[in-house]
Design a protein. Structure first.
Length: 229
C-alpha cells in the first residue's frame, strides 16, 4: 500500500550487515581526503563501533545520519581539530555523542593535551566515559550543566562546541569562567553572520573566521578576548 499523499515514507531500517557496508564506504570517502595516523584511525574506528552499538539503546545522533557518521560527524570534527593550536587542556561543551570532543582527543592522543567533556545527560555521559576508557583517551567527563563547570572552564586553554547554541548564548556561558588567554573554537553553519551580529550587541571579542572546506557557508569561529559591553 502506497503512503498517503503528502506523507513521507519512513526510511528503511538497515540491517547490521547493510549498515556495516554503508559505514565502510562512508569511512573510505573521508580517508581519501583526510590524512590521519594509523593510531588515530584505530581510536576512531573503536569510537564509531561503540557509537553504533550504543545508538541502538541511546539516541546519540539523529538516526537519519547513522550511515554518515564519518562524512557528516567525524570529518567535520577533524576539520575543527586541525584549526586548534597545541594545548594542555581543552573543554568541549555539550559533547553529546562526542563530536567534536572525542575526535579531538583521538587525534591528539599522542600529545600532552587532554580533552574534558561537558554533557549533562547521564546516559550520554556514560557513553562518553566508555569511549574514553576503551579507546584509551584521557580527560574527564563532567556530567553537569555548563554553568556548573566553572573550574573546568577556568583550567582550559581551548574551548570547543558544535551545534550547541547561538554564539550570544555560548559567550554568556563561557565568559564568566575562562582565562583571558583562552581561545574558543565554535563550529557554525550558514547563519553564522546573523549570530555574530546578535552577539556583538552584548559582547566585545576578537574573531578569526575559518571557512569550512567541507560545506559552503559553514565556518569555525575562533573567538578570544571576550568582554561584556
Amino acid at each position: 500500500m502506497r503512503p498517503e499523499s503528502g506523507l513521507k515514507a519512513r526510511p528503511k531500517r538497515l540491517s547490521s550487515h547493510e549498515l556495516a557496508a554503508v559505514l565502510a564506504e562512508d569511512r573510505g570517502r573521508v580517508l581519501q581526503t583526510v590524512a590521519v595516523s594509523r593510531e588515530t584511525l584505530e581510536r576512531l574506528d573503536r569510537y564509531v563501533a561503540l557509537l553504533v552499538t550504543w545508538q541502538a539503546r541511546v539516541n546519540l545522533i539523529s538516526p537519519s545520519t547513522l550511515g554518515e557518521i564519518w562524512t557528516r560527524h567525524v570529518a567535520d570534527s577533524l576539520s575543527l581539530e586541525r584549526r586548534l593550536p597545541a594545548f594542555r587542556r581543552a573543554v568541549d561543551l555539550g559533547s553529546g555523542a562526542g563530536f567534536p570532543g572525542l575526535v579531538i582527543a583521538a587525534a591528539r592522543a599522542e600529545q600532552d593535551g587532554v580533552v574534558d567533556l561537558v554533557e549533562s545527560n547521564a546516559k550520554k555521559a556514560a557513553f562518553l566515559r566508555t569511549v574514553q576508557r576503551e579507546a584509551g583517551l584521557g580527560g574527564t567527563v563532567h556530567a553537569a550543566r555548563i554553568e556548573d563547570c566553572g573550574a573546568a572552564l577556568a583550567a582550559a586553554e581551548i574551548v570547543t562546541a558544535r551545534a550547541l547554541a547561538p554564539l550570544d548564548e555560548l559567550l554568556r556561558l563561557v565568559a564568566p569562567h575562562i582565562a583571558p588567554t583562552a581561545r574558543c573554537f565554535f563550529a557554525k553553519g550558514r547563519s553564522h553572520e546573523q549570530e555574530i551580529n546578535a552577539a556583538t550587541a552584548h559582547w566585545r571579542f576578537s574573531m578569526v573566521k575559518h571557512e569550512s572546506e567541507l560545506e559552503d557557508g559553514s565556518v569555525v569561529l575562533e573567538i578570544g578576548d571576550i568582554a561584556p559591553r
